[in-house]
Structures are given as structure tokens and as C-alpha cells.
Design a protein around this ligand. Sequence first.
Ligand code: 16G
Length: 250
Amino acid sequence: METALAAEYRRLCESPDTRQPLAYLRLRRAIRTVVEHRDIEPGQALPSERDLSHALGLSRVTVRKAIAGLVEEGLLTQRHGAGTFVAERIVKPMSRLTSFTEDLRARGLNPRSEFFERGIGEVTPEEAMAMNLSPGAAVVRLHRVRYAGDEPLAIERSVVPASVLPDPMAVRDSLYEALEQRNARPRRALQRLRAVSLSAQHARLLHVPTGSAGLSIERRSFLDDGRVVEFTSSWYRGDIYDFVAELHTD
Ligand code: 16G
């Protein structure tokens, strides 16, 4: 039995914090915490459903429900007959509007960025069309390589209206954190994905051979009132990321 997991689960049960009254949500939170703390590493197996239910005094249904949610989120993967593992590739659920920083932290990784550009400029005609801005409007521009520790994972170019975020230096590690501080975290986004072969320049920044598979992603995010808050072009490494969407018939 994974003792760190059992200890974390018990801690949550005993904590006066009653925000998580349901056992399956508590277990989900405990699993997330041990993965974040790397008590169970990517690629390692979780204890079996039977062992977990026995050790924690929970029903198999509860354990299954907790795990199913984390499989859907991409934190865990299940291999038929082999069990449940902490995902090795970074699985990015496409149904939730999360940031790079949040995605990595949720996997116990250390997100950081190297900035090539972090300043104010004038919107280009193409950006003005995409963002519904008037010609000449001021925008914040960010050009970053995004890392997990020392490993480069993605390149991103973001444009944000200066009316929403006047100071580019307010973006330290996370754009979404800076937006959140200004009460301007995006609520909805449109995203387009395209398979690409990484150019020599992008491949060099991402430490992969020229022509490696990549995903070119464009995201336009909106505030509740419909204003566009970001227009970001990203190039993600195809050898590390899985983009996963849940589909319904209706
Ligand atoms: C993600 C988003 C990007 C957003 C960034 C904010 C995709 C494909 N792109 O990388 O649009 O600007 O997160 O991350 O998911 P940050 O808050 O860590 O700067």
C-alpha cells in the first residue's frame, strides 16, 4: 500500500476543512497531492482498486469513481489488465480552460518560462481582426519558451489588450495568474489545433530534431462580457503531449 497516499487521505479526513465532504472527492484530492509531491512518480502504478478500498476503508465503487475522474483529467492512465498508472506523457484535457502553469503543477512538475519578449506594442491588422480591437490599440506581447524544469515543452506568443493588462511585467511565471489578479481570467476560449513539422528555429528552442512532430495551437480567450483577452499561438512538442477531449452524443 502506498503509505504517502494513505497518510494524505487520512489527513484530509481529519482536517477541519469540510469543503470536501464526499469520500471520492477526498480520495481524488489525496491522489492529486501525492502525484504533485512526486510520492508516486510518472509511470509508476497506483495501488490496485482492491488494495486501496481495503486500506482506506472505502467501497470499490468510491475508489473507482475517484480514479475515473483523474483518468478523464489525464493525470492517470489505465492499461487493461495492468492497472492504473500516473501518466507519463502530459495529457491535456481539451474541455477545461487551464494554463500551462496549472497543467504542469498538477503533475508535480516545475513550470518556468524564458522570455524573448515582454513588452507593449501596437496591434497588427491581423491581431486587430482576431481580437476585435481598433487599429492602433496598444497590446502586451509575450514571447516565451515554456519549460518543465530544464526541459523545453512549448513556445508561445501571446497578445493581450493593454486595456486588460497594462503592465507586461505583471506576467512573471503565469499569464493567467496575472490576468486573475486583474479579475480578467478568461472564461471561454476557441482553440484550433494543427499538426506541424517543427521548423529549424522552433526545433532548436525545443531541443528536438528539425522536422519533429509538433502541434500548432491557436487560442482566442474571452471574458464573460465577450471581450477577447488573449490571442496566443503555441507550438507544443508532439512527442510529449496528448490532447484529450471527451465526446458526447447529444
Ligand atoms: C496554455 C495555453 C495558452 C495560455 C497559457 C497560459 C494551450 C494550447 N495554450 O499554454 O493559450 O496563454 O496556457 O499559461 O493550452 P500561463 O498562465 O502559465 O502563462
